[in-house]
Design a binder for this molecule. Structure first.
Ligand code: SAM
Length: 418
């Protein structure tokens, strides 16, 4: 069935805003939909998917849009819609536009230059090729430029994974257990979950398998004192709180009050009562210092470029620059140094990012080790084995979408000796 003919102009309007890259694409899309409440759900879906298709394929579509007819933004919008819903579903096309889209669809992308096919900014493409070579970069870029499946985490305080599979099947929503995370489920479609009793009752949360693994790698135990230093809206906090079986004390720190506020309703659904959200002014806040040397496990899920999450946030690649990454590096080292002071002897500190860049990952971890002789690196493979998770990515946890079907994640585990 064809979409409403205004879908192309709505897509064009949203693109005009999103391609200014002044804020996150998902906020711009949500704002537009709030301003246009009459737009039907099928149309909204098509507009959003088309905008994301343009963000994912910006270089290739930009090149295709040099041919064709009509305003440049409409050409991009049509390419996005053709990619997202197919040419036949797009109404209101002129015969010239249809012919152009059909011509473009015939182009063999293998004939395009590699850097264009990767659809990455030049600085990032060059950096990845210098590290991994062209073939590996193209395979990574290909995985990053595809939409992610939907991963769920089962709240073990409320139910079991097998019971959720059965319950979802009644909806009917088909899912399969995630390969590594013991409480994860993967759905390949995008059903609306918000109205399911399972969701409302806090039996499931949406969380990428990689993010779930970061909660496991922290290895928090019952009754421990734990800090989630950069808790944000609490994706990992909720997972850690459940791993602690709702015992002990889990502080959720963040400098962003708005983000921490989003944790509140999730906490209420989850049934957790061991979580204590705390807004801090900065990483050296007195509230942090008060806990120095008292904490068993500290997770630093550091602010980062987010380049590992391009499957979900394709705009990030166009919004980050070498300068923004350098700025983040300063912040990352500073937060890690401050968080380390919380850890008691024998306690563990985990540094994690959802970045794929060495300078946000190994470089920060190695810099920390060099400056902190009281800490040693605990090989990630050992920690994962302790957690009975069958995954060996070496001394560090390194997840990539093409190898593990998760977002890109990094984690280093440190233990304090004295
Ligand atoms: C990667 S996000 C955290 C995501 C979150 N852990 C989750 O699983 O949903 C990084 C967070 O670090 C926070 N942040 C930035 N600077 C900080 C600082 N100096 N101290 C603590 N948190 C900080 C940001 O507000 C952001 O919420």
């Amino acid at each position: 069935m064809r979409l409403h003919p205004t879908v192309a102009s709505h897509t064009e309007e949203v693109l005009r805003e999103v391609l200014r890259f002044t804020g996150p694409a998902d906020s711009a899309v949500s704002w537009y939909f709030r301003e246009h409440p009459k737009l039907g759900s099928r149309e909204r879906n098509a507009v959003a998917e088309a905008v994301y298709a343009v963000l994912r394929n910006k270089l290739v579509f930009g090149s295709f849009a040099e041919s064709g007819v009509g305003p440049a933004m409409r050409r991009l919008a049509l390419l996005g819609l053709a990619d997202a819903v197919g040419i036949d579903a797009v109404a209101g096309l002129s015969p010239d536009e249809t012919a152009w889209l059909e011509r473009v669809a015939q182009i063999d992308r293998q004939t395009l230059p590699a850097a264009m096919r990767a659809n990455l900014p030049v600085w990032l493409y060059d950096k990845l090729v210098a590290r991994d070579g062209e073939a590996a970069t193209l395979s990574l870029a290909d995985a990053l430029n595809r939409p992610a499946p939907l991963d769920l985490r089962v709240n073990a305080l409320k139910t079991k994974r097998e019971d959720v599979i059965e319950e979802l099947a009644k909806a009917p929503i088909a899912c399969e257990p995630t390969p590594y995370a013991p409480l994860g489920l993967r759905i390949f479609k995008k059903p609306a979950l918000q109205n399911l009793p399972l969701f409302k009752d806090g039996a499931i949360e949406v969380q990428d398998e990689g993010s779930q693994l970061l909660a496991h790698i922290l290895g928090a135990k019952r009754g421990e004192m734990v800090v989630d230093f950069c808790a944000g809206a609490g994706g990992k906090t909720l997972a850690i709180g459940a791993i602690m079986r709702n015992t002990g004390r889990l502080y959720a720190f963040d400098v962003a009050e708005k983000r921490l506020a989003k944790l509140k309703p999730r906490l209420a659904r989850s049934g957790l009562s061991n979580v204590h959200p705390v807004v801090i002014a900065h990483e050296n806040d007195a509230k942090v210092k008060r806990l120095a040397g008292k904490i068993d496990r500290v997770l630093v899920d550091a602010p980062c470029s987010g380049l590992g999450t391009l499957r979900r946030n394709p705009d990030m690649k166009w919004r980050q620059t070498p300068e923004s990454v350098a700025e983040l590096n300063q912040k990352q080292s500073s937060i890690l140094a401050s968080a380390a002071r919380l850890v008691k002897p024998g306690g563990r500190l985990v540094y994690a990012t959802c970045s794929l860049l060495d300078e946000e990952n190994e470089a920060i971890a190695n810099g920390f080790l060099a400056a902190n002789s009281a800490f040693r690196l605990v090989p990630a493979r050992e920690v994962l084995a302790e957690q009975k998770i069958d995954l060996d990515t070496g001394d560090f946890l390194k997840l990539t979408p093409q190898q593990h079907q998760t977002d890109g994640f990094f984690a280093a585990v440190f233990e304090r000796s004295k």
